[in-house]
Design a protein around this ligand. Structure first.
Ligand SMILES: [Zn+2]
Length: 299
């Protein structure tokens, strides 16, 4: 079976693992991204990845490529990330080359939200959708669109900054300079603020245990999510929408209020016709998609 090393560099955490060509994760690890210089970050990732490569390599398993997903827009040649206010340290750093230097393997660099959407399309909740919109909710909010099996790439090698549509005119300030963007209203910081400055994971766990304040913080986040999805639907006309990223761990506590506000606001053509579901990857979809794209780039 072919395998790929996989790295998903987010603004807060980096995920590292080994993924089979049918989308199964057989090794996984996380480390903080923040506060690390680019070369130090790649060195630290390379140590973990090297150990995983050594551990899985035998006659039956062949590690054929490394997939790297990074939050932000890419250059046309997929060599570096060129824009992301949440991750300024990696901007214009030759990320793909840094991995190629350290490993004798083909390396593929991808926008993280594209990688996540590919994982949903090939192995996850978006399987078989003719038009799929994938949104990931974390430090930032990213989106990817697949139409008839192909990723839309028209800005920064992805579908643009889909999360910077304004959903609340007097809403939170956004890293892009506007206010009330979907990203600013549904990211980790927004949920944290609604939940009394607790960590998003603690709020989500609290909500699952029935804590009323936590449930309300998650539900309000979901309502803004539905509002954003209602605005994005006439643009991308998705058949299905998959919500991933760390906040998707809230499951239906987040998705159900999103569906409700979506149906209240969306154009008639989409009401009741678009399936909105949570990811099953538990936040690992970017890594799975990066691995899959890296293996596909060999064929
Ligand atoms: Zn914005």
């Amino acid at each position: 079976m072919r395998l790929a090393g996989a790295v998903d560099i987010g603004a807060t955490n980096t995920k590292i693992g080994m993924v089979t060509e049918d989308g199964r994760i057989i090794r996984r690890s996380t480390m903080p991204t923040k506060g690390t210089e680019p070369d130090q970050l790649v060195d630290a990732i390379a140590i973990v990845l090297r150990q995983m490569l050594d551990a899985v390599a035998d006659e039956r398993n062949q590690v054929a490529a490394i997939g790297i997903a990074v939050a932000g827009f890419l250059d046309r040649e997929h060599t570096m990330m060129v824009a992301n206010p949440n991750l300024p340290s990696l901007r214009n750093f030759a990320l793909r080359h840094a991995f190629e230097e350290r490993f004798e393997l083909r390396c593929h660099l991808e926008v993280d939200s594209n990688a996540s959407t590919v994982a949903e399309y090939r192995f996850g909740m978006g399987r078989g959708a003719s038009r799929l919109l994938g949104l990931t909710l974390g430090t930032g909010v990213g989106g990817g669109v697949i139409v008839s099996g192909k990723l839309l790439r028209f800005t920064g090698e992805c579908a643009g900054d889909v999360a910077h549509i304004v959903v609340e005119p007097n809403g939170r300030h956004c890293t892009c300079g506007a206010r009330g963007c979907l990203e600013a209203m549904v990211n980790s910081a927004a949920l944290s603020e609604r939940g009394g400055s607790r960590k998003p994971a603690d709020i989500i766990n609290g909500a699952k245990k029935g804590d009323a304040a936590s449930i309300s913080a998650v539900a309000e986040t979901g309502r803004y999510l539905g509002r954003g999805l209602a605005s994005l639907s006439p643009t991308f006309a998705p058949e299905k929408i998959v919500i991933g990223g760390g906040l998707a761990a809230a499951g239906d506590l987040l998705i159900e209020p999103a569906r409700k506000s979506y149906d209240e606001l969306v154009a008639d053509d989409f009401r009741g016709k678009v399936s909105i579901v949570g990811s099953n990857f538990d936040g690992w979809e970017g890594m799975v998609g990066a691995a899959s794209l890296a293996l596909a780039s060999l064929d």
